[in-house]
Design a protein around this ligand. Sequence first.
Ligand SMILES: *Cc1c(COP(=O)(O)O)cnc(C)c1O
Length: 398
Amino acid sequence: MTAFIEAASPHVMNTYGRVPIALSHGQGCRVWDVNGKQYLDALAGIAVNTLGHNHAKLVPALQDQIGKIIHSSNYYHVPGQEQLATRLVERSGMTNVFFCNSGLEANEAALKIARKYGVDKGIARPEIVVYEKAFHGRSIATMSATGNPKINTGFGPLVEGFIRVPMNDIEAIQKATEGNPNVVAVFFETIQGEGGINPMRIEYLQQLRKLCDERDWLMMIDEVQCGMGRTGKWFAHQWAGIVPDVMPLAKGLGSGVPIGAVVAGPKAANVLQPGNHGTTFGGNPLAMRAGVETIRIMEEDGLLHNATMVGLHLKTALQHALGSLPGVKEVRGQGLMLGVELAKPCGVLVGRAAEAGLLISVTADSVIRLVPPLILTIAEADEIVARLTPLVKALLAE
Ligand SMILES: *Cc1c(COP(=O)(O)O)cnc(C)c1O
């Protein structure tokens, strides 16, 4: 096994600290590595594999699509774009969608919409409010919006025009923007993912919506990780009963097929006009089919309800097993987007969990992140807790 790993990727650029395993195939929430070892998947390719692996309804639909057409071009109409856009519009209460291929691309499009929205109103140097600990991607602009020096150090000069504020503090954003006529948008994650599973409070979201309305700012919610049913509603902000003006999506939208989307409401939907923005791959027939089928199967199989119910069970079980240990700060999150914050760094748990047959990740140095497929069962949730608990206890005892 070691020999395989050392020889695995001598020509791949060394951009990731990888766990020394290579996955070969999966079924449901189980995956197997190239040596035949089985794992329970509580990571889902970082909140991507919504339907788990080798889903009996998704696979034949994608095979059918591949046999018809994979890519055409945005030179032409792509009927799948209208199909998926309709479904996203119906479920979000918004109006129009632009398709791309990833989270950062969706966020780039959102940032371009915000700037042009401002310029169209006569604001020559638009500014966008962003948050501490935010993660929006690794392009030059989205990295500049990201509130983590580990991600943007060494890549300056960063893009200007961002104002950074702390989460859940309405006075802080009022103060940071006071008398500034150049602000055009507020951009944030409903639950910060990479930042450590940090939720925005419901009343803060409602206060922000009000502030955006009063000041004519776009409310732009990055639901790339917390959207697409992960928290038990289609989009995590819906727990606060608000509707954003711009909403980037990606990760779980295609159940593993690369895809991104920017959903816009009436204030933002017509900002981009022909020639303003585009992408070669974005909105291709295969990705659109993956999105349409993911939504269909989620509804047929009741996966929003499953995320709520199994997520609550998992959170309660984690609280029970770990919550009262000294060294465990908090179990938090919603649906199947959960975090366990420890009082010490715990990155080492990723490899140890893999050895123990469990795939997890650690964000913000000390937060165990669980974002399993939305098909997770109660029994599998219990298995996650059973495998994780001894590893956490052992680490805390070190
Ligand atoms: C993962 C993520 C991104 C970036 O998505 P990529 O597809 O990796 O570019 C952006 N925003 C949030 C909230 C994310 O979790």
